[in-house]
Design a protein around this ligand. Structure first.
Ligand code: MG
Length: 477
């Protein structure tokens, strides 16, 4: 640091007079104090919904579901139109989000069972590095609230995967069914039909969980987490149980939406987003917190009006068509993220490298990551480095997107009993002018298909499938 006045300083001082010099000195002092103060690392919040479709939010075009808080988040931040998840069902999608890797690599997908169940013996392998584990060495407080679904046995719970605390339901809210008549149970759901546990850290504190108040209680926990950790950097993973069937809402939201119970449940999540962003503003943390809002997979269409909508996208949950894996996605960080509607490609797997780099943390270098650093897009200074999306169903690659084109090598209905159908040449759609995947243009573009085949070859050379975690079942006796 320079301590002596140079000749040039002296001349300037003479020119500006003593008052001006004093003002310049104050400015310089302020700068120095800013430089001395350690730069506070950003906070991160991922709000992850369950089974919400591409068309279920006001800002994505839903005509009757009211989402003013989420719409404001979109207007103040970035709304992505081409953002994907790592799988079309819960467990593998969540594994992809938290590890930045396709679930085929961690073994968190299977052709035996599509997700984990209450009698599952497997879970996220200890060798995987979650976002929370990546942030811990940087001094982050880490909290997980909501649906986990990456293994309910103690060794697989959030508290053994980098999170300091956990509050939530460890798997899907339609599991542990003990009463109710067939599908009708979902269309007139009662809390007592599903004996799902509510956990705090590793202990069951309520069973069956009162699902009516889950969204409300998750939100209250989230606000408390923010308030409790406002003096240090934090990472909050808030994974809502809603809007997965059976749908439940608290009293204040029941019967309010023209879209029925599904709309009520989305509108309560919208309220929740307002509470979380409101807490950040109130605590003066908004300009130092990166918030992501998205969902794990598309709408569960076979539940009629209790399932959501993929808008103009084809199919929904369980399927490798766009409706199963393209999701609403918003990024919010006032003053840092350049507000925009973004058409670049992104996936939930990009969050791990993006977040870890924003935190100044190491990105795991000893394994294949499927995520890309999205910082250039967030700052508005560049484009997404991502050019391809791989659509897996179980352990098999069904489709690949490259740029605007998507090739389906295998197709199968979401939940039907039909067998997979292989296509050679693959079905080819241009998602720019045909987002609903209606018009096969394979014949006209053999060059595009050849380029996509090359991407598949390259991808396959990096694949070492993990041990199937979803096929493992707890042995009785
Ligand atoms: Mg889901």
């Amino acid at each position: 640091m320079r301590t002596q006045m140079t000749r040039r300083d002296f001349v300037r001082w003479m020119g500006m007079g003593a008052a001006g010099w004093a003002a310049a000195g104050r400015t310089r002092d302020m700068r120095l104090r800013a430089a001395e103060k350690p730069v506070r690392k950003p906070n991160f919040i991922i709000i992850f919904c369950d089974d919400m479709g591409y068309g279920d939010l006001g800002c994505y075009g839903h005509p009757t579901i009211r989402t003013p808080n989420i719409d404001r988040m979109a207007a103040e931040g970035q709304k992505w139109t081409d953002f994907y998840v790592g799988a079309s069902v819960c467990t593998p999608s969540r594994a992809a989000l938290l590890t930045g890797r396709l679930p085929i690599r961690s073994g968190m997908c299977s052709d035996v069972r599509r997700v984990l169940f209450p009698n599952s013996a497997g879970g996220l392998p200890a060798g995987e590095v979650t976002i929370a584990e990546g942030l811990k060495p940087q001094g982050y407080a880490t909290g997980c609230i909501g649906k986990w679904h990456l293994g309910h046995l103690p060794q697989y719970l959030p508290t053994n995967n980098g999170f300091d605390s956990y509050f939530g339901v460890p798997y899907s809210n339609d599991m542990d069914r003990v009463a109710g008549e067939g599908r009708q149970a979902f269309f007139d759901p009662k809390v007592e039909y599903w004996n799902v546990p509510l956990l705090r850290d590793e202990q069951i504190i309520e069973r069956p969980a009162d699902q009516n108040t889950l969204t409300k209680r998750y939100t209250e926990e989230a606000v408390r987490f923010i308030e409790r950790n406002k003096e240090r950097p934090f990472f909050l993973y808030l994974a809502h149980t809603m809007v997965h069937v059976p749908l439940f809402v608290s009293d204040a939201f029941r019967g309010q939406s023209p879209r029925g119970l599904y709309g009520d449940a989305v509108e309560e999540i919208d309220w929740s987003v307002g509470q979380v962003l409101g807490a950040l503003r109130r605590e003066g943390l908004a300009e130092n917190t990166f918030v992501v809002f998205t969902s794990d997979n598309g709408p569960w269409l076979e539940y009629d009006q209790h399932g959501g909508s993929a808008g103009l996208l084809r199919e929904g949950k369980g399927c490798t068509c766009e409706g199963g894996m393209r999701e609403p996605c918003l990024f919010w960080w006032p003053g840092t993220i350049q507000p925009a509607v973004v058409h670049d490609l992104g996936t939930t797997m990009d969050l791990l490298p993006t977040i870890l780099r924003l935190a100044g943390a190491e990105v795991p270098a000893d394994r294949v990551l499927d995520g890309f650093d999205l910082r250039p897009v967030l700052s508005g200074r560049g484009h997404s480095p991502r050019d391809t999306v791989f659509y897996y169903r179980g352990v098999r690659l069904y489709a690949v997107r490259k740029g605007p084109y998507k090739a389906h090598f295998i197709t199968q209905s979401a939940y039907g009993k039909d067998q997979p159908v292989a296509h050679d040449p693959p079905l080819l759609y241009h998602l720019g002018n045909d987002p609903s995947e209606k018009f096969n243009v394979a014949k006209a573009h053999p060059d595009v298909i050849a380029a996509i085949r090359q991407e598949v070859e390259r991808h396959r050379t990096t694949l070492v499938p993990g041990e199937d975690q979803l096929a493992k079942v707890i042995k009785k006796g």
